[in-house]
Each structure stands twice: as structure tokens, then as C-alpha cells.
Design a protein around this ligand. Sequence first.
Ligand SMILES: Nc1ncnc2c1ncn2[C@@H]1O[C@H](COP(=O)(O)OP(=O)(O)OP(=O)(O)O)[C@@H](O)[C@H]1O
Ligand SMILES: [Mg+2]
Length: 305
Amino acid sequence: MILAVCLNPCLDRIVFVPQLKVNTLNRGQRRLVSAGGKGVNVAKVISALDEPVRIIGFFAGSAGRFIVDDLEKRRVRTQPIWIEGQETRTTTNILDMATGKETEITEPGPEIGQEQLELFLKMYRETVRKASLVVLSGSIPESVPEDIYARLIQIAGEQGKKTILDTAGGLLANGIQGLPYMIKPNIRELNTLTRADSQSLDQIKKQCDLLHQKGIMNVCVSMGKDGALLSCKEGFFVHPAFSVDVINTIGSGDAMVAGLAVSMERGYPPFEMLRYASACAASNASFQEIGVVDRYQVRNLLGNC
Ligand SMILES: Nc1ncnc2c1ncn2[C@@H]1O[C@H](COP(=O)(O)OP(=O)(O)OP(=O)(O)O)[C@@H](O)[C@H]1O
Ligand SMILES: [Mg+2]
């Protein structure tokens, strides 16, 4: 079983408006509501790829209930730590149908008390024992300490469990102190982490080598439509983006992380791992909804029909 950690889930709401105007009433024509947050997206994709997956994190109120129910319907086992009297955040995307441009509004997550954090850590420790791999993704509520990922990675490491970390900024810089087995930054996140401005593969390879020296053995860097690379002890592998009819690339990084986790679980060699993860990422890009892949499309892209 793969364990996905999602400390800051959200309800993703996309509202389609004919033409967005500020300071006046905008009538939405259509809306799309889905369970979101990076860890939730990862768990949804792992389940769609037919691997057993559990999710652990903080959930609150009716939005939290909606996400948990949605995940259970998708065969994701949930271990929510419920935060009473509060509400899981909603992220609203206003899609201007005239221009195709998006305006995003985020909300703060719930306030997590010391007691709830302790409860989470206890539950996490117990569940990690049953997991074969732990994936940690996304942001955290403001009240959770910034070293949380390093701590969670250390706990998994003490039990001999591999970890994949996908986060950004200070959380990534802090999280790598726990020595995750793999990280999956996009190119911007890698450059921020290593205080560099790498563009070429040669430059990126040097950044990956620096991270290997620090003890991060597997670095997968995603480069949007320019594909992805995997640097590990077996070598430096590059894969182009698969060609699909692109509708929405948000969450393709999450689908890639899910593909990496599934292929790690199945023991794929490094290049196959990168290829499989790239096919999952491309499949996500061919849907409007975030955190969705079609495993038959993945299989077709890989040419194994
Ligand atoms: N236009 C595209 N066509 C096909 N595949 C794509 C496209 N854009 C991205 N991908 C695939 O998705 C992978 C991840 O994309 P990207 O680097 O944008 O991730 P990200 O920034 O982490 O995304 P997010 O955090 O929103 O999930 C890429 O490495 C590539 O394989
Ligand atoms: Mg990402």
C-alpha cells in the first residue's frame, strides 16, 4: 500500500464565466467541483492506476466531508484527522471563457492545534508501518511547523520506508533535511532550491549532482512541455513530453509523482519509471479535471496495447 500525505487538502471549484469583469456581478455558466490538494490528486491518480492507496491528513467541515466521500468512492482509503468547528479551504478558479485566462482565489487552511498535530503524528507512525512507500505533497496549513516534512520523512526512514517529496520553496528546502528517497521539483522549484538559474540539461545535471552529494539519491525534474529527467545512481535519463491534446496541465506534476510511486512499487527500472510517469502526466493534461488519468490512455501512450 502507498501512503499519500495531504496536510492541506482543498475543495477545487472552477467557475466558467463568459467574460470576467471586476466590481460587478458575474454570472457563472457552469461549475466544476472536485476534491483537490496535491496529496489528494496523487492519491486519486494512484488509485486510477489500480494500486492500493491510503491518504492521511487534516480535514474539516462539509468541504472536508465532500473530499473524504469522493476519495472513498474512488477506492482511496482515508484516515482523516478531523478538525472540529472549522472548514477545509476552497480554491476557486474563475475561468474567463472569452480569453481562456484563469483567476485563482485561495483561502487559508484550518488552524491545527498541538493536540491534533500529536494525534496526526501517532496515526502516521502506525500507518507507515503498513505502507511500502510514502508520498508527501503540497503545502501545509500555516499553524503546522515548517520542519514537518523532514520529521515525517525521518519517521518513514527509521522504518526502512522509501519516501517521495513534492513541495516548493522553504518547505522543500526544509524537507530535504530529512533525506527523502526521491524529490520531484519542477524546474522553477529546483532553481529556487539550489539558488541557481539552470536552463540547459548540463546545468540541471550539475544541480542534481549537488543534491546527490547532500544525500538525495533520486531527483526527478519536470520541465512542463519540455518533458522530464531522472537523475539517480544508475544514470541521468531524459524523456520528452508525450504528445496529447492538451486541455489543462495543472496537476500533471502530481500525476507524474503518482506514476513514479506506482512504478517504484512495481519495481520498474529508472528509465521505465520516468517513461511511465511521463505518460501519466500527459494523460492528466488531456483532461479539464485536475488529478485524473485514464489508465488505458497511459497504456496506449506506452505502446503496450
Ligand atoms: N503540454 C504538455 N503535454 C504533454 N505533457 C505535459 C505537458 N505539460 C506537462 N506535461 C507533463 O507533465 C509533467 C509535469 O509537468 P510540470 O513540469 O508542469 O509539473 P508541475 O509544475 O509540478 O505541475 P503541478 O504542480 O501543477 O502538478 C512534465 O514533465 C510532462 O511530462
Ligand atoms: Mg508540482
